[in-house]
Design a protein around this ligand. Sequence first.
Ligand code: AMP
Length: 493
Amino acid sequence: MIMNKFTNYGFDQEILTAIDKLGYVQPTKVQEELFPVILSQQDAIVKSQTGSGKTAAFALPILQQLDWNIRTPQVLVLTPTRELALQIKDDMFHLGRYKRMNVQAVFGKMSFEGQRKQLAQRTHVVVGTPGRVLDHLIQHTLDVSEVAYLVIDEADEMFTMGFEEEMQKILERLPKQRQTILLSATLDERIETLCQQQMHQPAFIDVISKRNVFDVIEQQAYEAVGDKDQLLEDVLMKENPDSAIIFCNTQEMVNHVANEVIGYPEATRKLHGGMDQKDRIQVITDFKLGYFRYLVATDVAARGLDIEKVELVINYDVPSDVQTYVHRIGRTGRKDQQGKAITLVTPNEMGMLHKLESELAITLSMQPTITEGMRKTYEQAFVSKRSQNRTLVKEKSLAFKEDIMKLHINAGKKTKMRPGDVVGAITSIEGILATDIGVISIVDVSTFVEILNGKGQLVFDALQDLPIKGRIRRINKANVSQYEIDYYNQENK
Ligand code: AMP
């Protein structure tokens, strides 16, 4: 008998279907260890990194135990960055889709009012950054009285980013009777104190030391004797990666590298903290899906983000500390694939490189200068790849496409539409049960409803002449992603 299958943990069929649709065959290491702990109501401290499957490791057993009927959130997930909040929200939404779990993300720089409206709907899971979560608590727009699960993700980064005070204030407001799960790449005294204060006999799970990132990432360096810009061009030509992240230490340098160095604008995009939040999310989404090859970024992209198949990481600037170096190179070599990281070093930066090497007890393999002759040999492959069509990554939501159809109804809050009106109309169609209806989102003048189990077309046809709340409504197949609905929601104050 194979022991480590998802069916061995007692997950409901709705959860198993989502796992199946997402193509997960085997639980990862952290999942194998964390599932039984969470299912047996124990607190947990998890030392793991993104890429290990840690989101599903806490999400699945928590989703399994939620009660759909409770109107206010039962789970609060705290994350240090907005990007991570959206990523976790998206993963939990997909995993809980067949259980009709409503997952909301709350973070700064987006409309508070839009979030308030979303939170006023039945919400099972809230994923958010500490500042905005606290704002909602203070304004009484987030009711945490039913929170039974608290997840603190990337706890080390929470402290680094100075969220300690906000976190404490949030913790004070949560019910004492709850399960707490803390995840972190590194553990220090502050995190241990937090765990002692907030947890009851936690299980300790360490999956980091079991897979050493340095074993799967080849690390090289080039000395930039003359021009670093030319060196970057040469390295990109030699390596000719399908996808690469080029890290710089400052926004100015990102602009310089993206605009002036990489002479390939259609395949290059930028990511830094000075950009509009919406643009940042769009860039990350497009990069994940494989729309372009080179992402030039500051360290906002180094933490937490789950981007599959980054072939190469280039440190255009040598990072100033070990943690940053490890996080940057950790964007490649994920899920047991081999990865490569190349650091470009000027003579001035050599001291910093040696310091990194000695602190990490590693030696980067110094590469010979790329000569004009070598360039010529690489050029043909480089030019030929430029003209090839790119293979796009399959979007997670596409996995559900044949099974789930999202419908748009042209009536919403303004016409006092309620979930019950939608459910009432749809379940009156012959052959449709309440369990065929997925997540319903009602916004100002629109309602989005998911029809499950391949019954979308049937419902779509029937609703053409079936009144909802007394009137025939215009129904469309909604070709929108969850992200777009979120933005729509947030912007319609
Ligand atoms: P995370 O560490 O949570 O960021 O997950 C990394 C990636 O692995 C995500 O894209 C997940 O969807 C994916 N993933 C999680 N669990 C599994 C699994 N058991 N099998 C395959 N992929 C998985």
